[in-house]
Design a protein around this ligand. Structure first.
Ligand SMILES: [Zn+2]
Length: 250
């Protein structure tokens, strides 16, 4: 952290990561310090012909480190390596339709990570488009790194490491209710602010809520005040303060 931040890296962040200039000067400084540590700790590997450049590393790191601001925390301790593909990729998977019936097929993915993987896969085109629009509610880096936060307490259950028992109880109560209402909305086809992919399970619900918290905070606070309040307490941030959301028409 003592080393000066390379000016080339700062240029990359200013060019690619739209939320950066909206942060307070203090938060910008903290973010850059954290990017430095993050890049010293994590390995990157290019896949399918993608070459890992400073642009790739810094654009990913700056978004991931937004999740660490203001918190006394480790740097995604379960994660060692980030694999980057040029673009969204197809995976063959089996997924449950009901408890008894599974379907098999190809799915389009922009990122994935798992508790025991030690790695994360990201599609560079999705990383860049997520960083370029800070208020469309979609950000693959925030999504996948939220999963990593969830793993810090060794289970992928949608509950990250919380400080107190009181906070845990409150979190679980709010998340259970919010998750149930997203599932109900998905089943009936009612449009929702939260991506209905969050209705998959509690872990996806946390990842999707994290995207909405940072990208649609004004709407999230208005429509889901209790969810917003739990997230604000955990992340120790109030993204309404730096959101680009309100300036957009509609
Ligand atoms: Zn996910």
């Amino acid at each position: 952290m003592a080393r000066p931040f390379p000016s080339e890296w700062l240029k990359i962040i200013r060019r690619n990561v739209a939320f950066f200039v909206r942060l307070s000067a203090k938060d910008q400084t903290e973010l850059l310090n954290r990017v430095h540590v993050f890049l010293a700790e994590k390995g990157f590997e290019g896949c399918a012909g993608l070459q890992i450049t400073d642009e790739v590393r810094v654009t990913i790191a700056a978004q991931a480190c937004l999740l660490l601001l203001h918190r006394k925390t480790d740097y995604f301790p379960r994660l060692l390596t980030i694999l980057v593909y040029p673009s969204t990729y197809w995976v063959h998977e089996q997924r449950p339709v009901t408890a008894e019936i599974w379907e098999e097929g190809k799915t389009h993915r922009s990122g994935e990570t798992a508790r025991t993987m030690g790695s994360m896969v990201l599609a560079w085109d999705a990383v860049k488009s997520g960083a370029a629009d800070p208020s469309d509610g979609k950000n693959v880096v925030l999504h996948e790194f939220a999963h990593q936060l969830d793993y810090e307490n060794f289970v992928a259950d949608g509950t990250p490491a919380l400080d107190t028992r009181k906070q845990q109880l409150s979190w679980q109560k709010v998340m259970r209710t919010e998750f149930a209402s997203l599932r109900a909305a998905e089943a009936t086809g009612i449009p929702t602010l939260l991506d209905t992919y969050g209705a998959t399970n509690a872990a996806e619900f946390f990842a999707v809520s994290t995207e909405a918290f940072f990208e649609r905070p004004v709407m999230l606070r208005a429509q889901h005040p209790r969810l917003y309040s739990e997230m604000r307490q955990y992340f120790q941030q109030d993204p309404v303060e730096f959101s680009a959301e309100r300036t957009k028409p509609g």
